[in-house]
Design a protein around this ligand. Sequence first.
Ligand code: FAD
Length: 306
Amino acid sequence: KTSLVFSSDRVTWYRPTSLDDLVTLKATYPDARLVIGNTEVGLEMKLKNQHYPVIIAVTNIPELLSVERTLAGVQIGASTTLTTLKEVLQELVNTEPEHKTRVYVAILEMLRWFAGKQIRNVASIAGNIMTASPISDLNPLLLSAQCQLTVTSKERGQRTIVMDDQFFYGYRKTLVKPDEILISVLIPFTRQNEFFCGYKQAHRREDDIAIVNAGMRVVLTEGDNVIEELALSFGGMSPHTVMATATVKGLLGRKWDDDLVPEACDLLGKELALPPGVPGGMESYRNTLSLSFFFKFYLTVQMKSN
Ligand code: FAD
């Protein structure tokens, strides 16, 4: 495919076909809006009256479309649509050992409830991460899975960013700099003694945005089920996707048994507590949902690890 440019007196729209051209364009027009499925940018323009004089469609860059299985997991090009992501993950779930694909199973389940088919056919993984919505359905899963992002810019070149508790640090704010382009997302494999689940509660089961959602991962020691690693990420509980780091700190080294539940709920309740009048409302329902998700996770892991 050839690169394209369309322009009017209000907007210039570029569609480059190489990463070099994209990096140069983004450096030339630092305020240019990158666009893939346009399911977020389009709404900003139509409903929020945003005007972007320069738009760069990043749908035809080979590096942003490539999908590669590596030793650590699967490297997904940033422009991969959610429909393609589903196909890729399903193939891995069908062909890899069960214990390696537990994050992929959770993402597949979440994608069932993510928007409708028309949106999933064009919306991308990068668009979801970079919008950094507090109720993004993928971000709690990607955070708990410790995904790695590869980004690039003219000024700093290529670098890797781990999606950890620092990654989302404010409303629609991420550690990716405004001049950086997301190239790919590495979604890691899980290990034998590692368990992963995702949860979403919405008003409607299908095609609805979350009230609260979550991604949870735990690594237990072989035999005695002591918590070695734990990651608990939530959407809908803060202005950004948030990790319950204080709760995790309090639970590391503990045994995965029934005594864990009241302590975890107490810690989580304190750490995530929504004050009365918080945007979005339904404070006590959202508080309860976050604890219920942990309880479900506890039971699932308890069954699988014994
Ligand atoms: P775009 O609109 O193309 O871009 C979004 C943002 O990402 C922009 O800021 C853009 O500049 C930036 N960006 C894109 N590519 C790059 C890149 N390579 N590097 C750096 N920045 C980049 N979301 C959910 O989580 N769950 C839902 O259930 C859900 N349902 C929806 C239903 C409807 C009807 C609609 C309209 C939206 C819904 N969304 C939902 C939101 C949206 O579809 C997702 O966030 C989607 O993943 C966005 O992808 P996109 O490719 O369309 O993003």
